[in-house]
Design a protein around this ligand. Structure first.
Ligand code: ZN
Length: 88
């Protein structure tokens, strides 16, 4: 499992190398109320971010296998909510 904060280049490299894995979008200090699980291929967490936005600044990306990310969410004290678009 790898966490990207203020490292968009590293995050984009990870996405390109792990299209079969998963990403949790979380606040910089992760809270159980906002943990969203995506497939690494989801267009809402990759590609060109909306104008002026960065992928790993306001939110961080925790990347890895689904099992690892579910364990991460439990450590934070909650459960990851599945993205409605990529339906992981
Ligand atoms: Zn998604």
């Amino acid at each position: 499992m790898q966490t990207f904060m203020d490292d968009d280049a590293g995050y984009e490299r990870w996405l390109a190398g792990h299209p079969d894995l998963f990403v949790v979008n979380a606040e910089r200090t992760p809270r159980p109320s906002y943990l969203v699980l995506h497939r690494a291929t989801c267009r809402t967490i990759g590609g060109t971010p909306a104008r002026g936005a960065r992928w790993t600044a306001d939110y961080i990306k925790v990347c890895g296998s689904r099992v690892d990310l579910e364990a991460f969410a439990r450590e934070v004290g909650g459960a990851a909510r599945a993205c409605g678009l990529c339906a992981p």
